[in-house]
Design a protein around this ligand. Structure first.
Ligand code: SF4
Length: 327
């Protein structure tokens, strides 16, 4: 690891000012991804600004919405009574991520900011447009078993790695931000971005903008939900495909439904067309299969990851069956 400066700040304003002042600085929260990236030489910041003492750890109900501070720990949020009662899908998705030890260190904001685990991105000797724009994409014609099937570009086919974010996009969360130009809010759907011509940008934050928290509106999904994560081993592995499913039922009729997939795109992949197909229909496997066919429109494999074209719709059907008690 290369030497770097270290500063500790105690207010969001000071955190923003310190970052804007240093052109090659990074904020340090739990460090569960950043420190790995520094050790491998993927990211080489000259200064780390430690934000762990900012007052952003609160979990509370605010105006009918669940508010979670950006520095709340993944394990604290997953085990929090309010979260379990109000947004149980979020708790389930958090528990599916990483290991208990990592969840004890990782923050909610850091979870949203973590980088793809594409092996070419992590190896500075390999071409990667995300790490070094213009060098090419090693995965496109290389070993791409973990890679995306939706929303790819010729510049990058990486996937977003978080489990928590798949639940948050399904739950219509909002990201709260402060920055050099003041405060703003971004819908979770618009927070992460597709690679397009600029795969080096994972999200829509501007330089110096700090996540202060998230808000999740109340919903009718407390009884019928599931987060199904398919991976190579049952713990401490990233998703090959995951599905967040939340359903509101009246009798056997689907009143409302939210669906999102992980492990398939550069951003948490919301399945709005499949949701619209299911609304007003009965909760049956036949309807779930048709919704899965709708969800898979436009999917494209790149060779090693072609199995996801079958795994993804099957995972969606199984998640819906479990969420609605049809498993
Ligand atoms: Fe880099 Fe994206 Fe290609 Fe992976 S998929 S090598 S992250 S450009």
């Amino acid at each position: 690891m290369i030497n770097f400066g270290y500063t500790r700040v105690t207010t969001p304003k000071a955190a923003v000012e310190a970052l804007v002042k240093n052109s090659n600085a990074q904020w340090l929260a739990g460090g569960t991804n950043l420190v790995d990236l520094m050790k491998k030489g993927v990211i080489v910041p000259q200064n780390l600004i430690d934000i762990n003492n900012l007052p952003l750890k609160e979990i509370k109900k605010d105006n009918g919405k669940l508010h979670i501070g950006a520095l709340a720990l993944n394990s604290d949020v997953a085990e929090n009574d309010l979260v379990r009662q109000q947004q149980p899908l979020l708790s389930l998705a958090l528990q599916a991520g990483a290991s208990q030890q990592i969840r004890n260190m990782a923050t909610i904001g850091g979870n949203m900011m973590q980088r793809t685990r594409c092996s070419y991105f992590y190896n500075p000797d390999m071409p990667c447009n995300k790490r070094e724009p213009g060098t090419g994409c090693g995965a496109l014609k290389g070993f791409n078993r973990m890679h995306a099937i939706f929303g790819t570009s010729e510049k990058c086919i990486a996937v977003h790695p978080s489990d928590m974010c798949i639940a948050l996009v399904a739950l219509d969360a909002t990201v709260l931000i402060t920055g050099p130009k003041g405060e703003r809010r971004i819908s979770f759907q618009n927070f992460h971005r597709l690679p397009g011509d600029a795969p080096q940008r994972d999200n829509t934050l501007e330089r110096g903008e700090l996540i202060t928290g998230i808000e999740i509106p109340d919903n009718a999904f407390k009884d019928h939900f599931h987060y199904l994560k398919i991976r190579d081993r049952t713990s401490y592995a990233f998703a090959l495909v995951s599905v967040a499913a939340a359903v509101s039922l009246q009798g056997d009729t689907i009143q409302d439904v939210r669906l999102a997939m992980g492990g398939v795109a550069h951003k948490p992949w919301r399945l709005v067309e499949a949701e619209n197909f299911l609304k007003g229909k009965s909760a049956s496997e036949a309807n779930f299969r048709q919704a899965a066919a709708v969800a898979m429109k436009g999917a494209q494999g790149f060779g090693h990851n072609n199995f996801k074209l079958k795994l993804a719709p099957n995972t969606l059907v199984e998640a819906l069956k479990t969420a609605t008690g049809k498993a």
